[in-house]
Design a protein around this ligand. Structure first.
Ligand code: PPS
Length: 305
């Protein structure tokens, strides 16, 4: 009898997210760790404690993002770059480092280099060994208004997250940091304080959308993945939104449409009212205006009605 293929840790976690017991209460689906909310189906205190002694490598390729800012896009880009360089298909088999059980971290130790790792954890929660080893870390940021809209839709379409009855209710939690992984603004402020330490580079979702090849070149140089212009064009083709959405059932199973929704800049204008827009403007002004990450976001261009 044909044996069914054993699922990877990543596939098992996608199943957990998809088959979560439906839209139960926020209390069931989220838990609080050090004053930040996390999805309880895939994150745990046990895992966060195990992560404190996680052993990073100096040749890991690490992606750090606040949710909904382009994580899966950049993961795919790095997979394509590494598979072109190694001249072999690489499999998307690695969940975010904070998902699942400590046994998954044990299995990660066996993975050959370069490991493509990612996390939504805030700066304080990132295992110290990444800084000790001077691992290259790429932070991908996106304007807060589109990130909020993307997050709202993700909550709606993800069985493992509570559903909000309205955008207004979600907005209220987003602006106060009462969503998974906490405050968008705290996340960026903390990283902004450390952006010049260690081997960190920041890029934006918006620059990737508007000047993709230049960003691909920056990413390949940052991670020391030398690619010809022709190979970069191949990566560009394989990681366009259309191409990734088409492959999403293979890469993300039944949750493909939840992860690859619209992939646009400016969708926030469809749901934000003027008052909400001004509230985000004020937060930006208070926390990020004239900071390195704030400047990189080009707020005036992407966040004004
Ligand atoms: S998650 O769940 O936090 O890991 O989500 P994340 O992958 O960080 O972000 C999801 C948003 O990124 C969009 N996306 C893309 N946009 C353009 N091109 C490509 N290739 C691409 N891949 C993913 C995805 O559609 C989500 O944004 P929205 O606005 O919801 O469409």
């Amino acid at each position: 009898m044909a044996q069914s293929k054993q699922k990877t840790d990543r596939e098992m976690l996608l199943d957990i997210l998809h088959f979560a017991p439906g839209k139960t209460s926020a209390e069931d689906l989220l838990f609080n760790y050090k004053d930040v909310l996390y999805p309880s189906t895939i994150c745990s205190k046990e895992m966060f404690e195990a992560l404190e002694t996680f052993e990073a490598r100096d040749d890991d390729l690490m992606i750090v993002t606040y949710p909904k800012c382009g994580t899966n896009w950049v993961i795919q880009i790095l997979h394509e770059m590494v598979s072109i360089i190694k001249n072999q298909e690489t499999v998307l088999d690695q969940p975010m480092i904070e998902f699942g059980s400590p046994q998954m971290l044990e299995r990660l130790k066996e993975q050959p280099s370069p490991r493509i790792l990612s996390t939504h954890l805030n700066f304080q929660m990132i295992p110290k060994s990444f800084f000790e080893k001077k691992t290259q870390m790429l932070i991908v940021i996106r304007n807060p208004k589109d990130a909020a809209i993307s997050f709202f839709n993700f909550y709606k379409n993800m069985p493992a997250l509570p559903t909000y009855e309205s955008w207004n209710l979600f907005f209220n939690d987003f602006i106060h940091g009462n969503v998974c992984y906490g405050s968008y603004f705290n996340y960026l402020v903390e990283w902004n304080n450390h952006i010049d330490e260690g081997n960190v580079m920041a890029i934006t979702f918006e620059d990737m959308k508007t000047d993709f090849l230049t960003q691909l070149k920056k990413i390949s140089e940052f991670f020391g993945l030398p690619l010809t212009d022709e190979q970069l064009c191949e990566v560009e083709r394989r990681t366009s939104f259309t191409s990734m959405k088409q492959k999403s059932e293979d890469t993300h199973g039944k949750l493909g449409d939840a992860f690859f929704r619209k992939g646009q800049i400016g969708d926030w204008k469809s749901l934000f009212n003027e008052e909400q827009s001004k509230e985000v403007d004020a937060k930006f002004q208070q926390h990020l205006d004239k900071t390195k990450l704030g400047d990189l976001l080009n707020y005036a261009k992407y966040c004004k009605f």
